[in-house]
Write a protein that binds this ligand. Sequence first.
Ligand code: CMP
Length: 146
Amino acid sequence: MEQTLVIVKPDGLSKKIAGKIITAMEKENFKMMACRMIFLSPEKAELFYGEHRGKEFYSPLIKFMCSNPSLIMVWQGEEIISGLRKMAGNTNPDLAEEGTIRKLYASDNRHNVIHCSDSSESAHREINFFFSEEEIYSWERKEYKK
Ligand code: CMP
């Protein structure tokens, strides 16, 4: 089982598609393990996106990520890191495959509605960046009528 960090970015909340993204992940049988709304500060966003410092899109990215709240989540599932990146599609929605989250909902390669970790090392770092161990629940699905 793998875990990954998922962010529904400020544009995702503005577009009212947080529920659609969650539903798509549940349909894949992935499981939500932690969830919180956060209004990123520039300091925190700069730390999170530190690897992109110096790139031409870095400053506008920080500004965008701090423009409104985001939903940060930990999700778990078999091969979820590659599976979710496939579901999300290319960073640039023009290049994303049909049916992917970014093809369906993203405006451009900055306003691309979702972030998901790109490797197990990133997932580990990114999950620990936002969540403490106690905030990540280990739980099992139960059967209910209806
Ligand atoms: P994300 O998966 O959150 O990781 C880094 C982010 O930088 C990426 O999604 C985009 O929002 C943004 N990004 C990456 N490449 C570009 C680019 N060429 N132009 C603008 N934004 C970019």
